[in-house]
Design a protein around this ligand. Structure first.
Ligand code: 5GP
Length: 343
């Protein structure tokens, strides 16, 4: 049995909306990851099984290794189909905001979501949710939004209606946001949920292969290249890797190719904090990814130095400037956090 972590009043409130609505739009964050797409499509499959008209809208493209997911082709990319998405959002009865806590995380999509008269619900697991939704289901202690979507559907009384396709999407989100159940994954209820998803017929080993073992040759070569230039800060138990625009060009970089790279230096003995700096190809900025093991607060580091946020062990942010400047800010941060890094 699962603990009833979501407030009954919120379940009842959403159930009322759900029963009365016909058209539902699900939105998720920029550069959608496995949990953003997994939770969105997982919920989409369930709502479709209840004869609702459902659309998933995200700000921009998601990585190729998620494109096998059932329903992935139907996801509307806002940067390509703005007018269509604007109409869907404006005319929706309900908007479900999944896997983000702040309106800026959906970039330009935020304006039309805020302007829409639709009722809005947030289902998310990031700290400090903003209050742009009438119903806020926010549980930072839960490791993925996909898990929250599973819990929500079950608490509404519809476990039986979760389809194989929906179960595959939910499992993918749970798996990717825990690095294949290697972090944030000690809650035993996660494994109860997996067992329930297996009862729907998912092949978890096959999902793992589709997500983690379908990379291109150039991605593997890029990984080797980046690691050979890695900088380890022994005194700070930290490591840094980076990727410039020019290097991306050399390795035929496509979106998603560097997914997971930031975790690799954590496999070095005594390294508990890593940083990945990537020069963005679309905007003039450096995208920052931070990861830690144990109690080191990546989210605080991201907020202090890179205008970002996230979770204790996985966070991110942005930096306006050059790669060298971003590296200098990171090194300055390491010095300031030296005591904590050595704790
Ligand atoms: P990633 O390193 O995979 O891009 O991001 C890890 C986590 O950091 C995300 O799940 C999200 O919670 C957070 N994050 C990433 N980028 C940003 C950002 O620019 N701003 C904020 N507030 N959080 C971010």
């Amino acid at each position: 049995m699962l603990s009833k972590i979501i407030d009954q009043t919120k379940i009842d409130h959403f159930t009322k909306w759900f029963e009365r609505s016909e058209s539902i739009v699900i939105v998720s964050h920029v550069s959608p990851d496995g949990d953003a797409i997994g939770s969105s499509l997982g919920l989409m499959h369930f709502l479709e099984s209840q004869e609702k008209t459902v659309h998933v809208v995200v700000p921009n493209a998601f990585p190729d290794f998620l494109k096998w997911m059932p329903g992935a082709k139907e996801v509307v990319l806002y940067d390509r189909y703005k007018d269509f998405a604007d109409r869907l959002i404006t005319e929706a009865d309900v908007i479900v905001c999944l896997d983000f806590n702040a309106i800026k995380r959906i970039e330009e999509l935020g304006d039309v979501v805020l302007a829409s008269k639709a009722r809005k619900i947030m289902v998310d697991h990031h700290l400090h949710p903003e209050s742009f939704c009438e119903i806020v289901i926010s549980h930072p202690e839960i490791s993925s939004t996909s898990e929250l979507v599973f819990r929500l559907i079950c608490r509404m009384g519809y476990f039986e209606d979760i389809t194989l396709e929906g179960a595959e999407c939910i499992y993918t989100g749970m798996m990717t946001d825990t690095g294949g159940f290697t972090y944030n994954s000690n809650n035993r209820e996660i494994y109860f949920i997996i067992s329930e998803l297996l009862s729907k017929g998912i092949d978890k080993d096959d999902i793992y292969r589709k997500v983690y073992n379908t990379y291109s040759e150039s991605r593997l070569r890029l990984m080797g290249y980046i690691l050979s230039n890695m900088h380890v800060y022994k005194e700070h138990h930290a490591a840094l890797i980076s990727l410039s625009k020019e290097e991306q060009g050399k390795f035929d970089y496509i979106k998603g190719d560097s997914e997971g790279f930031v975790n690799i230096p954590l496999s070095i003995k005594d390294v508990c904090f890593t940083c990945f700096l990537r020069e963005d190809t679309e905007k003039q900025m450096i995208k920052i990814s931070l990861r830690s093991v144990g109690t080191f607060p990546c989210n605080k580091f991201a907020a202090d130095f890179f205008n970002g946020g996230g979770h204790l062990n996985a966070s991110g942010g942005e930096f306006c400037g050059t790669l060298e400047e971003a590296r200098a800010v990171f090194e300055d941060g390491l010095e300031r956090y030296k005591e904590l890094l050595n704790a």
